[in-house]
Design a protein around this ligand. Structure first.
Ligand code: GLU
Length: 282
């Protein structure tokens, strides 16, 4: 069966399926999104694209961007980053505080919120103009200059981000945050607010299906080994305390975000991005 037929079948099945879940409301701006949006976009390693539904409508990437911040941190700082963050699945929710206390401020992995905040802190040390340089990096991977931060979404999250403030203060108390807390949070909320379509996300993640190179431009972004490791972390930690179940059912490295997006990578073969704002509990 070719991939177009498979996607058409998936799409038809989704339309027949009763919707469950609600959009994230703890970030008020995200609660305003039509919950019934659905898009899916597939991009093969040969560069063949195919999408259905709302696959060309932009949505809030949220934690999906944590993969790209990790990629840039590995690229700029290398293996040093692993002194400050682990690579173990957390088994706890994305914003949990419990492990941080007894693990002395070292987050389990770079995809839970605590770990992503440490990655942001590392990038603030590395980059002269963090927001400008980060969005330029994303645009380069996406082969698309029309990718932006959404300042309304980042402001909305900032105004209600009590959990993230607690996480970062706890890590600062253990000496694992070097920059001022406000600067790290501001950068973190900005990277989470980046908006992309399913098509753009599938394109952006192509380097992880191609050993760290952007297939169409041949630009090497990270080494083969670094790209494999990023995929390994997506496989083990990309879905918080549902990572095992996603791996069991889907079997691909991937990353979810509370905007309702999921992107997954089949190394050597394809990337696929889906969007549905209705979330499950995890
Ligand atoms: N910006 C969100 C937060 O910090 C990201 C969480 C997610 O997308 O899973 O809560």
């Amino acid at each position: 069966m070719d991939f177009k037929t498979i996607l058409q079948e998936v799409y038809a099945e989704i339309l027949r399926t009763k919707s469950k879940g609600q959009p994230a409301s703890y970030i008020p701006e995200l609660a305003n999104i039509n919950p019934d949006k659905f898009g899916i976009h597939f991009c093969s390693a040969q560069g063949n694209h195919y999408g259905l539904g709302d696959h060309q409508e932009k949505f809030s990437c949220q934690s999906i961007m944590k993969v790209i911040t990790l990629c840039l941190a590995i690229k700029t700082e290398g293996e040093e980053i692993w002194k400050r963050i682990g690579v173990e699945p957390s088994g706890t929710p994305f914003n949990s505080l419990v492990q941080l206390e007894y693990e002395h401020g070292i987050p389990r992995n770079p995809f839970i919120n605590a770990g992503a905040l440490v990655v942001c802190d590392i990038l603030l040390n590395q980059l002269d103009k963090p927001k400008e340089q980060f969005i330029e990096f994303v645009r380069r991977l996406a082969l698309n200059s029309n990718i932006q931060y959404n300042n309304k979404v980042s402001a909305s999250e900032k105004a209600h981000g009590y959990r993230n403030a607690a996480l970062i203060n706890m890590m600062k108390s253990f000496g694992n945050i070097e920059n001022p807390i406000e600067e790290v949070l501001d950068f973190y909320y900005s990277i989470c607010s980046i908006e992309m379509t399913c098509e753009e996300l599938a394109q952006t993640f192509q380097l992880f299906a191609n050993n760290g190179c952007i297939p169409s431009t041949k630009e090497r972004v990270v080494t083969t080994s670094q790209s494999k490791r990023i995929n390994a972390i997506m496989q083990c930690c990309g879905f918080y305390d549902e990572a095992g179940e996603f791996s069991f059912k889907v079997g691909l490295p991937g990353k979810s975000g509370v905007g309702g997006g999921i992107v997954a990578v089949c190394p050597g073969k394809y990337t696929v991005a889906v969007w549905s704002p209705r979330l499950n509990k995890k």
